[in-house]
Design a protein around this ligand. Sequence first.
Ligand code: GLC
Length: 710
Amino acid sequence: MDKSKLEALLKDMSLTEKIEQLVQLHGNFFGGGEKLTGPEAEFDLPEDFPYRTGSVLGERGAEKLHKLQDEIMAKQPHHIPAVFMTDVIHGYETAFPVPIAIGSSFDPKLAEELASAAALEASAAGIHVTFSPMVDVARDSRWGRCMESTGEDPWLNGQFAAAMVKGFQGDDYGKKGKVASCAKHFAAYGAVQSGRDYNVTEISERTLFEDYLPPYKAAVDAGVSMVMTAFNTIDRVPCTINKRLMRDILRKKWGFEGVLITDYGAINESIIHGASEDKKDAARKAIEAGCDVDMVTDCYARYLEELVNEGTVPESLVDEAVMRLLELKNRLGLFENPYKDGSDESEKKYCFCKEHRELSRKAAEECTVLLKNNGVLPLSGKEKIAIIGALADDKEITGTWALFACKEKTVTLKEAFEQLYPKADITYVISDSDTESAVSAAKAADVVILALGENENYTGESRSRADISLFKEQKELFSKVYEANKNIVTVLFGGRPLAVPDEAEKSAAMLEAWLPGSCGCYAVADILFGKVNPSGRLSMSMPYCSGQLPISYSAYSTGRPKPDGAKGFIPFLSNYMDVPNVPLYPFGHGLSYSDIEYSAVRLDKAEMTADDKITASVTVKNNGSMPAWEAVQLYIRDIKASVVRPMKQLKGLQKISLAPNEEKTVSFEISGEMLSFYDINMEFKPEKGKFTLWIGGSSLTENSADFELI
Ligand code: GLC
């Protein structure tokens, strides 16, 4: 429909109808679902009100949504189609590894491929919009939602954000197999104080702009269709009513013209935060701040019309919000085809199809991180193996947001070994408490594989943990098994980096498998047996203990830095008495079975002006006998500036494949933009002076070169 017809439609709509478009409710409001409870039960809206709203949350299924769309359009005064939105976060029916794992692939192209496959399945099931990518920078693994993030680095999260927007939307999300995408949670949700979900944030303006906003900006620049507000406050103002954040930054400064939706119940929560008087006040502040769609509260439904009629809120604010939603529906093609791609036939063809299951396995090959290996891996297949731990046969390693996955079809580690390595001599003890059987199996084995960590019930929304070490039972299991057999390969499952210093110290090898999705355990088994060369890199630091959190490789010198590599406590320097400053395993860390060799860094010149470029190159060689993937990382430090700068910042990444004995030259262009930052006056620009850059396989690389901006 062309814009003039949309404008004519808007003009012809009553104020009541326009406001109804701005409300989003979930399936239970349409009858047939669970009984409404809590605040939602008090909405007390007219029976057919839900059918006049503009969008629906969380419903899926081609046939079901086809029927619901018909019912909604029949009851809409102008028969406007609804837009169906839900959380397709790491796959739809085929579950891919959780986003923290995808981040650890260090491969944005892979993320794009996964998003595209998820869009194909979701759109076939009648879904039009996904509330993904979640781009929040996460530096505190007490926060359960780090599982949904691609990690701690603003630049890397931005790369993944752009890739996932492209994967979901393509170049036109009205096309078949594509969905509109929604970046969330705007903004700085990952900075919640003490890692406790829904908490306030206390970050400076500069930290907001330097560390937390970049990935949202990357999503906006990539053309994301929607943005979702966050539950937290910024500068003591709830994001959902934060006019500066949404109108000044998102819309004016960045030029975002898409739909802004609140998070679940967030307008109402501004009252509970203590920043709105009541629902009417909350509705006013939210529409003034720029929220277009009210997710599952009755604030807009009950008070927005009154606010307009009494002259408190100009109708133009409602009109612009409704127009943005109509434009989204129009770009989805819903006015011409209200069902878009939803069809039983496509659903059967694409959902959980063989190609996507294989993609789920391939993704896990790239996401799994080999943290430690004293040489025990890869296994030869001739060893007598004991596989111990409840997580070794737990289907709840599919992933916390795998809402629509066929979890009963998820392959567990035990099933992967049985299917792929039936001849291997393996004894299983699928328990964390049966230490007697575990010890007996360990005693009789050459090598023990211990499956420890968390299943999907311990990560995700509202799953904050103050102590992120292993559960007591698992610690005891580890100790008992270690007494019986020191040759332990620990396989960690979970959606957050756990604090496992003791177990890491004692394990012969340690693998981070995350929550690997429908077929990810095939990849874990193949890595353990050396069929796949691990290439994952931690996209979020693994701390020694909760006390180190939040933690990031991108740390600051302080005025009393502890010298690199210095051991133990040094009085009157910035360090702890009881644990190191550095994490157990840092951002970018990950081993492979190959010896990957880097040449020294070569610069084509040692000086540049802000509008000039320096090219930095290395030669990377695979000295191993297996094909390898290598995530070549570029880090930069601004030695002195008008404000303190991090000691390292990731500014470039190239993930390359290397055949045995193959070498490749990898080059990065250093630009003025790359060196820019928010200076003492909050102006984004570079400052002249000395810089150091590093190119290597992790944030620990010492392969450096100096240059100057003149
Ligand atoms: C939840 C989450 C958000 C999700 C929304 C809709 O509370 O915070 O990430 O998209 O509700 O399910």
